[in-house]
Design a protein around this ligand. Structure first.
Ligand code: SAM
Length: 298
């Protein structure tokens, strides 16, 4: 009989029978709800010829759902203790490969080459909250290999990723992600569907990478310098934030002269008395182009 790790009772029995407990330090909150699993799979818009990399296989609840919906699934799991369970759960699935490694330490290019071949693939993950940002950054770095990224994350993180410019939740990381991908909130996930229950609710987000980006800029480095400068001094006027932006943000120039920043803002047609965090990506793109005229990258 097929083991069903999406049933809370069977998931608990699996842990018990292997003498294991969910490890908090690895963010092990196992998803035990068929409707939510379906929702994640639907969010990934998979076809039978797609190839998926799953990060954090756990006991295989999501792995099984993905394997039923697509061509091939490569599941990465850091915890060797879960190996016997995962191997048992996917034993009759011929389209699943298991990789027991730390996703943040493995060779991602090699993983994607082996998992996807030449075509772009999909990443789906119910990821541990404490490494959400580094995982997303790695996926964005390799976005050319990806057609879709579907993540189950803390609700608060999902709110930041989908936040409109000017809202309290919108930060430099929001704009970074929103430059690299179109981001959609697929649904909210109550904490009650996990074993054990986490302290907060979660949400599913779907990212569709955009190449090169969602706005047009001549230098991404300069764009992100400016967003970090503007957000680095929240609640300050844009004029002050840009004047105080540390050169350590890495561009080798310092906009410390008021006259220079005023000229930049005038040329970009942006009111310097606005707070930096109210600008949207289109305005940051304009600022980027004007700043490149004043300070070309050598
Ligand atoms: N996919 C399963 C599910 O939905 O029930 C498990 C999700 S659980 C929130 C996160 C899983 O990620 C855990 O099994 C944990 O051991 C694994 N994990 C934690 N850090 C990891 C890392 N750096 N690389 C790969 N897997 C990791």
């Amino acid at each position: 009989m097929q083991i069903d790790p999406s049933s809370p009772r069977q998931a608990q029995e699996l842990l018990n029978s292997h003498g294991l407990r969910a490890q908090k330090r690895l963010g092990q909150n196992f998803l035990c709800d068929k409707n939510i699993l379906d929702k994640i799979v639907r969010g990934a818009e998979l076809t039978s010829s797609d190839r998926v990399v799953e990060i954090g296989g756990g006991m295989g609840a999501l792995t099984l759902a993905l394997s039923a919906a697509t061509g091939h699934v490569t599941t990465v799991e850091i915890d060797q203790l879960l190996r016997p369970i995962l191997e048992q759960v996917v034993a009759d699935r011929h389209n699943v490969s298991l990789v027991f490694e730390d996703f943040l330490r493995l060779d991602i290019v090699k993983l994607f080459d082996e998992a996807f071949g030449d075509s772009p693939g999909t990443v789906v993950a119910n990821i541990p909250y404490y490494i959400t940002t580094p995982i997303l950054e790695q996926l964005i770095i390799h976005k050319k290999r990806l057609k879709k990224i579907v993540l189950l994350v803390q609700q608060e993180f999902a709110a930041r990723m989908t936040a409109p410019a000017g809202s309290d939740e919108c930060g430099a990381m929001s704009l970074y992600a929103q430059y690299h991908a179109n981001i959609e909130l697929v649904g909210i996930v109550p904490k009650t569907v996990f074993l054990p229950q986490p302290e907060v609710n979660s949400a599913i987000i779907a990212l569709t990478p955009v190449i090169p980006g969602t706005v047009s800029v001549s230098s991404e480095t300069r764009l992100f310098y400016l967003t970090r400068a503007a957000f680095g001094q929240r609640r300050k006027t844009l004029l002050n934030a840009l004047m105080r932006a540390p050169a350590s943000f890495g561009l080798g120039f310092n906009m410390d002269s008021r006259k220079e920043v005023e000229e930049l803002l005038l040329n970009a047609d942006i009111d310097g008395t606005r707070r930096g965090e109210t600008l949207n990506l289109t305005e940051f793109a304009r600022l980027t182009e004007e700043s490149l005229i004043l300070h070309p990258i050598s």
